[in-house]
Ligand binder design. Structure first.
Ligand SMILES: [Zn+2]
Length: 472
């Protein structure tokens, strides 16, 4: 591209000093590229309104580039399309497939919730219940899918006339990408999306971006450290062997995309290497079953180890003798009849809804049960209460004693911690880098990360404020 003078502004309308609703913008001479279009999550009324009443006009956005399929990055794409966005949505092919599952699931939940609340309102009109109209339905999701353009890693593309873009592997979830933009005036801008970690199962380690002038970076764990993945494998093996020796069950509440497949992958390896005995493993979630099929058709996203351990011998990393994928409710109920040790992986990840509740209810009072916590449990969820080791919990209105042992495995995180972020940044050309913009993190995490990056020698680090326009 021939160099030319351009006016460039960066701003965000989501994930500013919080971790949901990712929406970042680069205005290049009036042409707007949007990076991610995530849903806000949290307090119901507030996030519903923030998702419905966008603080910008989708019709003004020329192109969307999607870093990965997580709901807080992709969930509001149908709202964009419903409100006048007509451009392309660029993502890796795997991200497109994961986003399809995520958006369809959200449309389904929204319509179910709506029906439920309407019924409740009819029964008890005096309670003045708030009804949340669905923000989109499956028809809108289908419309949105028509806008996708799949781009593999390292295939340059042109989101607008004045910019060339390229995806780099972010090592966060299947298909996740960082975005590198080269503008016509020679300026180079990078977006990390969510930054993954070295050594995650299945995925390649995060790549490094070329020399940049500006970097927009996430800081979810800007003030936290994780254990390494190697420790997670050892701990998981220990838990399984303990449960086997006491003839107990292992219950794992897990997110259906990525975490579940990582668990399957590790359990497969541990079984193959005879570090754990062959016991029945149930994947009890229709969405997890669908997501696993997406993993199977995207081997281009796998790391070398997955290739060498499985693909090179024509083995399926997600299929082996003792694993069973459970779709129907009838089969799900039958799991309860299986005697002896077994592993049950089910959703929801924070144990708030879904089939996991039935498995917890059936096994939580048994002293031989082990509940393994492998994800972040938000405040006020059943998962969090289990982590906090409360003595009694309520499921479906009935009280149960928590006799089961609850084990938290800290290593299962898909986000880099502050040491990993600092190490990743330290490999950049800091002489050229003018500034880092921090997004996607609670205020404490970002403030703390800002200090660490400045100490590392980054010239300027800004914690981004929503709606504020920064001239580059
Ligand atoms: Zn993510």
């Amino acid at each position: 591209m021939e160099e030319k003078k351009q006016t460039i502004k960066f701003y965000s309308h989501g994930a500013c000093q919080e971790v949901t609703g990712s929406k970042h913008f680069l205005d290049v001479d009036g042409e707007i590229i949007q990076i991610d279009s995530g849903m806000f999550q949290g307090r119901r009324q507030e996030s519903y309104e923030k998702n419905r009443d966008l603080s910008f006009s989708p019709a003004d956005v020329k192109t969307i580039i999607l870093t990965h399929g997580h709901f807080d990055h992709s969930g509001s794409l149908p709202i964009m399309v419903k409100n006048g966005f007509t451009g392309n949505i660029y993502s890796t092919p795997a991200t497109r497939d994961i986003t399809n599952i995520i958006m369809m699931d959200s449309a389904h939940i929204q319509s179910k919730d709506y029906e439920y609340l309407q019924k409740k309102k009819k029964k008890r009109p005096e309670r003045n219940l708030t009804i949340y109209e669905p923000l989109y339905d499956t028809e809108d999701v289908l419309q949105t899918l028509q806008h996708f353009v799949g781009m593999n890693y390292h295939r340059p593309f042109f989101p607008i006339t004045g910019a060339e873009a390229e995806f780099y592997d972010a090592g966060h979830i299947l298909g996740s990408a960082m975005v590198h933009l080269k503008l016509q005036n020679g300026m180079q801008v990078g977006f990390t999306g969510d930054l993954g970690r070295n050594g995650l199962p299945i995925l390649r380690d995060p790549e490094h971006l070329p020399d940049l002038d500006y970097l927009v970076m996430e800081g979810t764990y800007g003030n936290r450290l994780h254990d390494s993945m190697g420790i997670a494998e050892l701990e998981l093996a220990k838990i399984v062997n303990k449960a086997v020796s006491q003839h107990g069950k292992i219950i794992i509440p897990a997110f259906t995309i990525e975490r579940t497949q990582e668990l399957i992958y590790i359990l497969h390896l541990l079984t193959k290497n005879k570090q754990i005995p062959k016991i029945p493993i149930f994947i009890d979630s229709p969405m997890a079953v669908n997501a696993t099929s997406v993993f199977r058709v995207h081997p281009e996203c796998f790391d070398k180890e997955t290739y060498e351990d499985f693909l090179a011998h024509h083995e399926d990393p997600f299929g082996f003798d003792n694993i069973r994928y459970v779709n129907s409710v009838k089969e799900s109920k039958e799991i309860n009849m299986v005697s002896g040790p077994s592993i049950i992986i089910s959703a929801s990840g924070m144990a708030e809804t879904g089939r996991i509740l039935h498995h917890l209810k059936n096994n939580i009072e048994d002293h031989n049960t082990i509940i393994a916590v492998v994800g972040f449990m938000a405040a006020h969820t059943l998962g969090r209460r289990l982590v906090e080791k409360v003595k009694n919990i309520k499921i479906f209105g009935k009280e149960y004693k928590v006799n089961a042992e609850v084990k938290t495995l800290n290593a299962f995180s898909a986000h880099a911690d502050y040491n990993e972020i600092s190490e990743w940044v330290s490999k950049m050309n800091l002489d050229k880098l003018k500034k880092i913009f921090l997004v996607h993190g609670e205020k404490d995490a970002l403030d703390s990360l800002q200090g660490k990056l400045l100490k590392l020698g980054v010239k300027e680090v800004e914690v981004v404020k929503c709606g504020e326009k920064y001239t580059l």
